[in-house]
Design a protein around this ligand. Sequence first.
Ligand code: C2E
Ligand code: CA
Ligand code: CA
Length: 511
Amino acid sequence: MIPAFALKLQPADRNALLVGIMLFVLPILAALFAHKPLTAYLVEYRMQQTMDGITGLINQQTHDGESADNYSKLMSAFQFDCGDRDQMVISSPELSPREVRVVQLELANGKKCSNLGAAVNFHLDSIKKIDGVPIYLGTSRSPMLESRALVYIMELGPHRILAMVNNRVYSDMLNDNCKNCFQLVFHYPGLKPILLGPATLQQHNYQFTHERMADAFKLQLTLNAGDQLHREISQQVWLVLLLTALATGFAANWLVAHWRSRRISPGYLIRHGLENNEFIPYYQPIVDISTGEVVGQEALIRWLRPDGKLIPPNQFIPYAEEHGLIVPMTELLLDRVCTDLPSLQGWVSINIVSEHLEKQLLSQYLRRQQADVSRICFELTERQPMTNFNAAVQEIEVLGEMCHGVKLDDFGTGFGGFGYLHKLGINCIKIDKMFIDTIGTDDLKRGVLDSIIAFGQETQMEMVAEGVETLQQVEYLSSKGINLVQGYYFSPPLPLSELLVRYPVFQRQQR
Ligand code: C2E
Ligand code: CA
Ligand code: CA
């Protein structure tokens, strides 16, 4: 059972909506602050990464072309007649990889053959010899090409072989993640610059440049970027940061909701209440109507919440009984009763469950007390079935010697009955309000009340009538010889301070 009070908002929870909103606002603010430095970092990272890719490819190409190995391999591979064999060699994947657009063998006799079949006019517009190797670097600006391309030229005796770089491979690398964002320029002293990517970049707000030297022929590479790269990365960063902020907001709200629900769960609240001694006894006097004297009282637990609310036992006792909290709760109540004992009249009855008896917890507790425990007694309800009957019987016997004994509560409503009472060795019963209510009516249960009374008198049971509300009930019980009465007719359960004020009233009633 979830107590109704647990579902009501606590004062701190009134701010729940505000906290929920803040849990979204804070990550969004963090995203706002993080956006600028993160974008700058990622732009720098993307420049670096693009440059690494380009230089890696350039270095691989130039190293391959430059090696002496390659030179002698080519010398022996070609027949230098542009025949079938030469054609096969220039079209082989080693000479015509993806990064090379055209490979052409030019013989000393002026004959030319290329991997495209027919001879190609390279339109070399600048050319430069590389020191120490039989290699030239050139640039080609053929009308077919959108941009100038780099050409490697290797002398093979009186002949030469030309390889024109495929700009598309580099352009694809540049456009890989960000279309038209990068511009790449190859420089080499004495050669015309080669420009890949857009001829002009928009650089109104941002200007990024990275320079690098490709190690093989000391080709100088310049990578430029501007507004567009920044814009694209900035948009990606916004998207990721906002999604992360929203996800964080949802996750934080979920965690807080989870934490809150735990905090208002009955189990949590009761445990917390036990730690804070929030459970207190109210006392309802039991009056001997033959003398008008208060002979004892029943301690009825109340939960006094920190906000001053008083919670009746039917809202938490069933939960405490089901979830193993009733034992510490009863112990807390007993502590309070022991403290109050000197101010109270007669005996004090405390409600217990069968677990108390089966585990023999009460005799252990009473032995530890300094107070006059002989004035304490217990009321056993039949809500929990008895599993260890023998241990319970033993405990009842011990309690009979140590204190005022054990009564059977709500007699007639449970599964036990007369035989059960006898086996347990209990000699006091509390006649339930359900039967008292039949007095003055023609309810069939009235017969049950009379049988209970007859049985009690026959077996010399002590009997306490509870829930007595009217004079008619008091008189009927009196006529039947029932003298111990508890009910609103005399007093509701009261806190100790009020009960102490009422005692003199009882005395006056007696006179
Ligand atoms: P109960 O042991 O049968 O206690 C009698 C209940 O009847 C009390 O309700 C009392 O306030 C109420 N009552 C007494 N006289 C009258 C009357 O004239 N008219 C009406 N209408 N009611 C009357 P309360 O205090 O709400 O307790 C309810 C039940 O909670 C108790 O019934 C008992 O079973 C349980 N309880 C109370 N304190 C404890 C405790 O410390 N431990 C355990 N295990 N159960 C407890
Ligand atoms: Ca009781
Ligand atoms: Ca009762």
